[in-house]
Design a protein around this ligand. Structure first.
Ligand code: ATP
Ligand code: MG
Ligand code: MG
Length: 386
């Protein structure tokens, strides 16, 4: 198997391509955007829609196995490709992760078997469902069942009237209403599961979001209480195993103010919160994706450095002068002068506010040093301290 294929050409695909090439594979990327970050660095690029039958045949001809980097890739396209070559994750797992209703049902089944429960929730697909919502779910968060990301496709609602208005606003599509929980922290866990059922997990990542977008990930000992970390890793392995999942899976959790762990959602692919693994672990989440796809052995990843990752959004490429956006280049030399700085830029031609342009990972021997350096970087970038 000399060539590995990936549906989707964003930054996750680009980092998959880098990992695949390091292990001696050629890659083929399929993406509808001619300027996609992964397309630039791949030996082969198919510029087409994810549903284009001819393009899928071309991909199948070139690639010995196919993965995805984009959670909303049509599950039918994965199913079509799987007819004559390994595809991981499989279409049925991706379809569950694409639909919050099916995803929460899976979490609930895992919780009943000793795992971690999701927030109390109700499915809303009709007027009758709306009327049946228990009072205990308010205040709550209404989320569309499909296609939401970075906090888009959700609304906080305090009353039944607000709930009805928000559902109307969302076009009365299938939704879930979750109880609004008092969060103390958020974290995520990445696991990789091979075709033979072997599972390995990465350390718990502690995540800080701003405006619904991941801003900072901190990974070092005691970033969350050890018992909670153990519980989150075990729950993530269970979620993957119960799905019969093959590939890399990320599960997001809430830590509540009373110390309880609640499962939020999953992504059937490497995750932004796992980017630090490239610089701080002996096996990255992208190498794990390559290994699971190619049927190579999995070894338990070891984190060798404390790490803090800062997301670099397009906002950093602008100064505001007299209320106008003026383009600028972030101060790379000053940032790279900091110890343990690892800069990753995704090669996107145009910076836009809120767009993920790159990330900076800091590594150090201990948590205090790495936090101090990352705080210096925030000051240089004009980002809020964390
Ligand atoms: P992503 O970009 O991670 O895929 P998303 O748009 O799919 O995000 P969620 O992860 O469900 O959305 O929610 C976004 C953020 O909103 C969470 O990280 C959390 O900060 C907050 N949030 C979501 N649900 C709840 C809840 N039930 N109670 C409290 N806060 C919540
Ligand atoms: Mg999501
Ligand atoms: Mg999320």
């Amino acid at each position: 198997m000399a060539t590995l294929g990936v549906l989707g050409g964003g930054q996750l695909g680009r980092m998959f391509v880098h990992a695949a090439q390091a292990l001696g594979y050629e890659t083929v990327v399929l993406d509808p955007d001619a300027g996609s970050p992964a397309g630039h660095v791949s030996q082969h690029f198919i510029h087409a829609d994810y549903r284009d039958a001819q393009a899928l045949r071309d991909l199948a001809t070139l690639a010995g196995a196919v993965t995805t980097e984009f959670e909303n890739v049509p599950a039918e396209s994965l199913a079509a490709l799987a007819a004559d070559r390994p595809v991981s994750p499989m279409a049925d797992c991706v379809a569950i992760a694409q639909d919050r209703i099916r995803e929460k049902a899976h979490f609930t089944r895992c919780a009943a078997a000793g795992g971690v429960a999701p927030a109390p929730y109700a499915v809303i697909e009709s007027e009758a469902d709306l009327a049946d919502v228990p009072d205990a779910l308010l205040p709550g968060v209404l989320k569309t069942a499909r296609l939401g990301y970075d906090g888009k496709g959700q609304a906080r609602v305090a009353t039944r009237d607000e709930l009805a208005a928000a559902w109307q606003q969302m076009g009365r599509v299938a939704c879930v209403l979750e109880q609004l929980l008092p969060l103390a922290a958020e974290c995520s866990v990445i696991v990789a599961r091979g075709r033979d059922g072997q599972v390995v997990s990465l350390p718990v990542q502690r995540n800080l979001h701003r405006d619904g977008i991941l801003a900072v990930t901190e990974v070092f000992e005691d970033n969350v209480p050890p018992a909670l970390a153990q519980q989150a890793r075990a729950a993530t392995e269970q979620i993957a195993t119960e799905l019969g999942y093959v590939g890399v899976l990320c599960v997001e959790y809430f830590v509540l103010q009373d110390g309880r762990l609640v499962v939020n959602e999953m992504a059937p692919r490497p995750h932004n919160s796992g980017h630090y693994t490239v610089d701080a672990c002996d096996v990255s989440q992208f190498e794990l994706q390559v290994r699971t796809l190619a049927g190579l052995p999995l070894t338990a990843p070891r984190q060798h450095s404390a790490a803090v990752m800062l997301n670099l959004l397009g906002d950093l490429w602008f100064d505001v002068v007299d209320g106008e956006d003026v383009p600028r280049t972030p101060p790379w030399p000053a940032l790279l002068a900091l110890p343990g700085a690892h800069l990753h830029l995704y090669g996107k031609a145009e910076a836009r506010r809120g767009r993920k342009m790159g990330h900076l990972t800091f590594t150090a021997a201990d948590a205090a040093s790495v936090r101090a350096t990352a705080q210096q970087a925030c000051a240089l970038l004009g980002l809020e301290a964390f």
